[in-house]
Design a protein around this ligand. Structure first.
Ligand code: AMP
Ligand code: MG
Length: 345
């Protein structure tokens, strides 16, 4: 029968079509952008990636979060039994052996101290430990000045052969809060890369790194208004880049018309107050993390000077008056006068 013939032929055609589509369908049916969040290192962390296998991707994301927890256990100064806490307890009395990872991070931190004329200084903690932003506690001027001589990155002596850290002064303490999250983000990206992911974003608090694009489109990263977390005053298109923002709204309290917050000027031991936020864009999150904290301390003029001197970074700053300043790489393109369209008469 013509009818059966036609329908068998049609069915046959359908099967051939399905057989041809099946291998492609199996791959693409579950391909998706996967986004996960976790509370680690005292902040909100997030991973987003292009996934073609949900289970495998969930495992990869779990490895990134597990590594962030590991770094927190190594470097937190809040927890009493971390390696860094041991350094702060003992290094003024004797050299303390640390892991290669911690040693390398302290060495990089000291390099940033040199590069930023001491604006970035992990020994800020010699005074920093006197603040408790949750309890609204800050040292009075006398306590601050008494502890201030403890701040100086030259007090930290590293011995690469024995992998030890020593402090040359009693009262000196270090804290890696200005660089540890950037390090964790870079490690997260490395974990994903090794697992074969080439379109991904890893974020920890104010530090983000991106690899690849979103299929021909850039990733869009918002820079928040210092006065309103829900509002981005700038949306930056990025591919294969890192971006960090340091702001006076992360950990703070206000008292007597003044804001006491977590970024400390090593010269005074007081909170740095010549910017509201500093955003740095560059190649790695370690670099943008260290530099955003540095620029925040340096303030608008010296901060932009530093960024212009470095070839691989750009910055967006918000001043206390609400003015937005851009480094030359981000400034609007200069249109030659001749090409400005003239108004019709
Ligand atoms: P971020 O949000 O990356 O700017 O880091 C702020 C954190 O850096 C603070 O919570 C401190 O742990 C640490 N920090 C504060 N002041 C300094 C400083 N002058 N140099 C290096 N680290 C600092
Ligand atoms: Mg930082």
């Amino acid at each position: 029968m013509a009818y059966t013939e036609t329908s068998r032929r049609a069915r046959g055609f359908t099967w051939v079509l399905l057989a041809l589509l099946a291998p492609i369908g199996a791959d693409t049916a579950h391909a998706e952008w996967l986004y996960r969040e976790a509370a680690i290192m005292g902040t909100r962390c997030a991973v987003e990636l292009w996934s073609d296998d949900r289970n495998r991707s969930e495992q990869a994301i779990a490895s990134v979060f597990a590594d962030m927890r590991r770094i927190d256990l190594l470097m937190s100064t809040w927890k009493p039994d971390t390696q860094l806490a041991a350094v702060n307890r003992l290094a003024a009395d004797k050299p303390v052996v640390v892991s290669q990872e911690l040693f390398d991070l302290i060495r990089v931190a000291l390099e940033y101290s040199k590069e930023t004329a001491g604006a970035f200084d992990i020994t800020y903690a010699s005074v920093g430990y006197l603040y408790d932003f949750r309890q609204h506690i800050h040292p009075d001027a006398a306590a601050r000045l008494a502890a201030l001589p403890g701040i100086n990155y030259h007090h930290v002596v590293l011995d690469a052969a024995n992998r030890t850290v020593r402090f040359t002064r009693k009262g000196t303490k270090i804290d890696l809060g200005g660089i540890a999250k950037g390090h964790a983000v870079d490690r997260g990206i490395e974990i994903l890369r090794r697992a074969g992911y080439d379109r991904a974003m890893v974020n920890s608090g104010g530090d983000t790194r991106i690899i690849g694009d979103r299929f021909g489109k850039p990733w869009i990263v918002g820079v928040r208004d210092p006065n309103n977390e829900a509002v981005s005053f700038l949306r930056l298109p990025l591919t294969d880049a890192a971006i960090s923002t340091s702001g006076d709204y992360e950990r703070y309290f206000d008292e007597g018309g003044q804001r006491f917050h977590h970024i400390i000027d090593p010269k005074t031991g007081d909170s740095a107050r010549s910017l509201r936020s500093a955003t740095v864009i560059g190649p790695t999150a370690l670099r943008t993390d260290a530099l955003s904290t540095s620029v925040f301390v340096l303030g608008p003029e010296r901060g932009l000077e530093l960024i212009e001197r470095l070839q691989d970074v750009d910055a967006v700053l918000v001043t206390p008056a609400g003015k937005v300043l851009y480094s030359s790489g981000l400034a609007p393109p200069v249109v030659p006068a001749a090409s400005v369209p003239s108004k019709p008469d």
